[in-house]
Design a protein around this ligand. Structure first.
Ligand code: NAD
Length: 477
C-alpha cells in the first residue's frame, strides 16, 4: 500500500453526500493505509461550526457504518477541519487558502489539493472560478471533483463546462459517475479482454439485443425537490446507463490508456442514432408510480415537495441504437425506475442463433450483475457462469470479483492517483445530452397520462410491448 498525500477541500462538507459517502470512504482508505499521516480534510459549508463539532458529526456518521473502536475514528477525525464558507464571498476563499497552507505544513501534504464539489450543482461554476481567481491553486496537483448532475440538458451542461474549464484544464477535472466506481463495471473490460470467444461474439453478427436495467424498489424518499427538476431520463439514463453501455459496447477493451478509452467511448456515443419526434413516441416509454396494489404506499404525486400534477417520470424504458459497423441493427433496451419490485442493476446480453458457430449455445443470455453485489456476478442463462456448463467466460481465480471496495472508495483512490479512466469526459457528455434532449423535447411537448404504473410492478405495460414488437422480451421480468 502506498500512502497518498493531499488536502481535500470539501465544498458542502456538512451535507448528505459528504456524510453518507465521502467520509466513510475516506475512513476505509485510512484503515487500509492509503491515507495515513499526510492528509487533511477541510469541510466547508455555510453554518458556523467548530472543528470539534465537525469532527463529532463525522464520527457520528461513521458509527452508522463501522463497528471499529471509537479511538481509530477519533484519530482519523483529527485530520478534519472546518471552515464556514459562503460560495460567493471572496474573503472566504482567502481564509480557505490560508488554512490549507497551514495544514500543508502541519501534515506535509506535498501541496496537493482535491477540491470536491459536494454542493448544489448551481454552485459548481462559481466555486471553480473562485478557486482559480483567489489563487488557491498550488504547485502540487489541483484536482477538481464534480458530482452529478452535470447540467440538465445540453445547453446548461455546455454552460457549466464553460465555467469550470475557464478555471481548470480538462485533465484536472474529475466528473463523478459513481457507477464507474462499481466493481462489475470496472471488471467488464477485463472480462472482455480475457475471454476471446465472448469478445468475438460481442457485435451485431451474434448479439440479438442488449438490455440494461437499473431498478430501484424505493420511491423518491426525501429527494422530491431535486427529483422534480430531474426525472429518471436525466437522473439515470444520460449518465449511468450510457456509461454502462460504454463499458459493454466500446471497441477496444484491451486499452489501458485513459485517452484511448475515452476516445473509444466518445466514438460510440457519437454513433448514437438520434431519435425523431415520431421515433420518441414509439421507442421510449415513460411512467410515474402510483400507490401499490393495496393502496398502502404514496403515489409520486403525493410525495413531499412534489407537485400534485407533476409530469416528472419515475420510470422509463427505451430502445437505443448505434450506427456503427459493430452495433448497427442491435437494439439496446434500457430501463430504469423507482418503486420496481426489487433493487437490481444488471446487463443482459442476449445472443442470437448464429453464436452457435462460435461454440456458444444458441440464444444464450449472459447477465452481468452490477447490484446486488454477491458471488454470482456473472450468470449464463440464469446460472452462475462457473456452473453453467459453458466455458466461454472464465476468470482467473485471483481476479475473482471483489466487491469489498465501495464505488466512492475506488474513485477517490483514482483521484489521488491521477487516473481519469473511471470518470466522464466532456465529449462523452455532449453526445449523450444531445441524444437525451431529443427525447426530453418531445416529452415536454405532450401531456403524459400519469400515474400509469402501480408501485411494486415492472412499470407500464408499454415497457413490455416495446420488446414484444421486436419479438424480444426482458430477461429480468
Ligand atoms: P445537501 O443539501 O445535503 O448538502 C449541501 C451542502 O452545501 C451543505 O453542506 C450546505 O451547507 C452547503 N451549502 C449550501 N448552500 C451553500 C452556500 N451558499 N455556500 C456554501 N455552502 C453551501 O446536498 P447533498 O445531497 O449532499 O448533495 C451535494 C451534491 O452532491 C449535489 O450536487 C448533489 O446533486 C450531488 N449528489 C448527491 C447524492 C446524494 O446521495 N446525496 C448523490 C449523487 C450526487
Amino acid at each position: 500500500v502506498t500512502e497518498k498525500s493531499a488536502i481535500f477541500i470539501i465544498f458542502g462538507g456538512s451535507g448528505d453526500l459528504a456524510h453518507r459517502k465521502l467520509y466513510p470512504s475516506l475512513f476505509r482508505l485510512y484503515k487500509s493505509g492509503i491515507l495515513k499521516d499526510h492528509f487533511a480534510v477541510i469541510g466547508t459549508a455555510r453554518r458556523p461550526w467548530s472543528d470539534d463539532y465537525f469532527r463529532e458529526t463525522v464520527i457520528t456518521s461513521l458509527e452508522d457504518y463501522f463497528e471499529d473502536d471509537k479511538k481509530i475514528m477519533e484519530e482519523f477525525a483529527k485530520h478534519f477541519f472546518y471552515q464556514s464558507h459562503d460560495v460567493n464571498d471572496s474573503e472566504h476563499y482567502i481564509a480557505l487558502k490560508n488554512l490549507a497552507a497551514k495544514l500543508d505544513d502541519q501534515f506535509e501534504t506535498g501541496h496537493n489539493r482535491v477540491y470536491y464539489m459536494a454542493i448544489a450543482p448551481r454552485f459548481f461554476g462559481t466555486v471553480a472560478e473562485h478557486i482559480n481567481s483567489e489563487g488557491l491553486k498550488t504547485d502540487g496537483y489541483n484536482r477538481l471533483v464534480i458530482e452529478k448532475p452535470f447540467g440538465r440538458d445540453l445547453d446548461s451542461a455546455c454552460e457549466l463546462n464553460g465555467n469550470i474549464s475557464k478555471a481548470f484544464p480538462e485533465d484536472d477535472i474529475y466528473r463523478i459517475d459513481h457507477y464507474l466506481g462499481k466493481e462489475m463495471i470496472q471488471d467488464i473490460p477485463h472480462i472482455r479482454a480475457n475471454n476471446p470467444v465472448f469478445e468475438k461474439a460481442l457485435n451485431n453478427q451474434y448479439v440479438s439485443n442488449v438490455q440494461v436495467t437499473l431498478a430501484e424498489s424505493l420511491g423518491v424518499e426525501d429527494r422530491g425537490g431535486y427529483y422534480e427538476t430531474a426525472g429518471v431520463l436525466r437522473d439515470m439514463v444520460q449518465n449511468h446507463i450510457m456509461q454502462i453501455i460504454g463499458a459493454v459496447a466500446s471497441d477496444d477493451p484491451k486499452a489501458t490508456d485513459a485517452k484511448i478509452i475515452h476516445k473509444d467511448k466518445t466514438n460510440l456515443f457519437n454513433s448514437l442514432k438520434v431519435l425523431t419526434a415520431e421515433q420518441v413516441d414509439t421507442d421510449f416509454v415513460r411512467g410515474q408510480y402510483d400507490t401499490d396494489k393495496l393502496g398502502d404506499q404514496k403515489a409520486y404525486r403525493q410525495e413531499d415537495n412534489v407537485a400534485e400534477d407533476s409530469e416528472i417520470e419515475t420510470f422509463t424504458a427505451g430502445r437505443i441504437e448505434f450506427e456503427s459497423d459493430r452495433w448497427s441493427g442491435v437494439p439496446f433496451y434500457v430501463r430504469s425506475g423507482k418503486r420496481m419490485p426489487a433493487k437490481s442493476s444488471r446487463i443482459d446480453i442476449v445472443f442470437n442463433e448464429k453464436v452457435a458457430d462460435l461454440g456458444i449455445k444458441a440464444n444464450t443470455v449472459v447477465t452481468l450483475l452490477i447490484e446486488p453485489e454477491d458471488g454470482n456476478s456473472i450468470l449464463i442463462n440464469g446460472i452462475n457462469y462457473k456452473e453453467s456448463g459453458q466455458d466461454f467466460i472464465k476468470f482467473p481465480e485471483e481476479e475473482e470479483f471483489d466487491s469489498a471496495r465501495e464505488a466512492y472508495e475506488s474513485l477517490i483512490i483514482d483521484i489521488l492517483s491521477g487516473n481519469r479512466v473511471h470518470f466522464t469526459l466532456w465529449d462523452e457528455l455532449r453526445s449523450t445530452w444531445k441524444y437525451i434532449d431529443s427525447i426530453r423535447e418531445r416529452w415536454d411537448s405532450q401531456t403524459p397520462d400519469f400515474p400509469n404504473y402501480l408501485s411494486g410492478t415492472m412499470g407500464p405495460d408499454a415497457a413490455e410491448m416495446l420488446l414484444e414488437r421486436d419479438g424480444n422480451s426482458w430477461a429480468w421480468d
